[in-house]
Design a protein around this ligand. Sequence first.
Ligand code: ZN
Ligand code: ZN
Length: 244
Amino acid sequence: MKNLIKRVYFKFIEFLFPKYITCCFCNEELQEKGLICEKCLKRLPFIKSGCKKCGCEVVSGDYCVRCKNVKFYFDGALSVCDYDNFVKNIIYKYKNGDKYLYEPISFLIEQKIRSGGKDIDLLAFVPITARVLKKRGYNQSALIADYLSKQLNLPCHKAFIKVKESSFQKNITAANRQKNVKGVFLLKEKDKVKGKNVLIIDDIITTGSTLSECAKVFKSGGAKNVWCCTFSAVKAEIAFDKSY
Ligand SMILES: [Zn+2]
Ligand SMILES: [Zn+2]
């Protein structure tokens, strides 16, 4: 993981982002033009040892407690960092008006994908309903996927939509989350998905039920493998707590 931090830091100095003179995460003036200051980079809880299935930080072994018991439809998930208060605040700001945060977040996800060694043919993102899109003005996961599509030179499948509103996932138990997302997504243009290795992008993985449902839909549409990559992953022990 040290390598990832080094690569991110190296790239952030090497590639200039002239429009930013302050850090995207803390607003401190940047010594070098870039996206994120060194302090914030050190403060990010990068995942050192991710669960082989869902990507959340594991203390020991290959799988987290959640993945020992739950079956997910995706083949594996990667995540940049753990979910602490610092990350929680970044995601909150990103979903609530600070649209520019797609850039540092996408940049960090890009490094994770590049070091993840997954064979990817097609990108996709977790869609939101037209109502939420109208209210928020943007889909946070779509912005990331668009950035990655350009950087990684991969097509992005946009004919994947959310047709039904699910109840607010945060307030329901993990067991009910799976039921809550059932049938809310619709995959169109299946011919573009058939036989492809798909990578689905989202900002956060909590219980994994949303991404699993998305993966299920892509698999039923003929996708070969479905991987996921998120900015943050809530630890299994915490994700099952109702407060998340
Ligand atoms: Zn900073
Ligand atoms: Zn896991």
